[in-house]
Design a protein around this ligand. Structure first.
Ligand SMILES: [Fe+2]
Length: 262
């Protein structure tokens, strides 16, 4: 297969996203948020590809999947003014529909198109399904899921830092800022389990669930990156401090160190 013309796809992406730019400050802020998120996910994906020595051909497929993984976000925000799939629609499936309608991938081999569609479909699932497809589909899906999570850590921890004056309800889905947190989330983290969204009731919970994602991280380089950037501490800093949280921190680091030293 000849190399993908990445310039063409970046060009398409930039033009497509620009068509959502708006004079409405709230809309514009959130379109930019996802545009910049996407570019950083591409960057993260390349970091992982290099670390695992992926071939250039496969690297191109992963980069294109990264570029298109959240393409449904723009239409989603335009129509529903939210990034919450639960109250709007699944942004991955919406993205796949848009890519098909716009014929973005039509010049590519069907096999490559299928990789991209499957990776997009898997990127926001609770876990990669058992019938996900061949080994490469699973590998590519794992890379995009890690790359996406790494940037969500960046986006939300940056947001916590400035949330006092610059509130963006699209990031924490208008969850109440109440005291306490879900016991189920704590139990899952202490048992090294990625926790379910059904336990999220307030802002502490949506922060805690991001810590449970550590157990769904696929590559050691991603875990090292999370540690290096201090995402665990930055997240814990935004949850009331107590003994339970200290135990969570110990348990997360125990898991990470074991994985990294394996
Ligand atoms: Fe997404």
């Amino acid at each position: 297969m000849e190399n993908l013309d990445m310039k063409y796809f970046y060009n398409w992406f930039n033009n497509y996203v620009k068509s959502f730019y708006s004079n409405d400050e709230y809309v514009q802020q959130n379109i930019k948020l996802k545009e910049e998120h996407t570019k950083r996910v591409c960057f993260n994906a390349m970091m992982i590809c290099k670390d695992i020595n992926l071939s250039e051909e496969d690297e191109n497929i992963v980069e294109l999947a990264a570029l298109l993984h959240d393409i449904g976000r723009f239409e989603q925000f335009k129509v529903y003014r939210t990034f919450n799939d639960k109250v709007s629609e699944n942004h991955a499936l919406l993205g796949i529909k848009i890519i098909k309608d716009e014929g973005v991938l039509e010049k590519l081999d069907l096999k490559v198109q299928n990789y991209i569609f499957r990776v997009i479909k898997h990127h926001n699932m609770f876990k990669i399904p058992d019938d996900a497809g061949d080994e490469k589909t699973i590998l590519f899906s794992k890379i995009i899921r890690d790359s996406d999570k790494l940037d969500i850590y960046k986006v939300v921890t940056d947001y916590y830092k400035e949330a006092g004056d610059k509130k963006n309800t699209a990031i924490e889905h208008e969850l109440p800022n109440t005291d306490g947190y879900s016991k189920e989330l704590i139990d899952d983290i202490l048992n090294s389990k990625n926790s379910s969204h059904e336990y999220i009731r307030n802002r502490n919970d949506i922060r805690l669930i991001k810590l449970s994602w550590i157990f769904d991280i696929n590559f050691n380089i991603s875990l090292k990156y999370i540690v290096e950037k201090g995402y665990i501490e930055k997240t814990l800093d935004c949850i009331p401090r107590n003994e339970e949280m200290s135990n969570i921190k110990i348990s997360l680091y125990k898991y990470i160190n074991k994985r990294i030293n394996e």
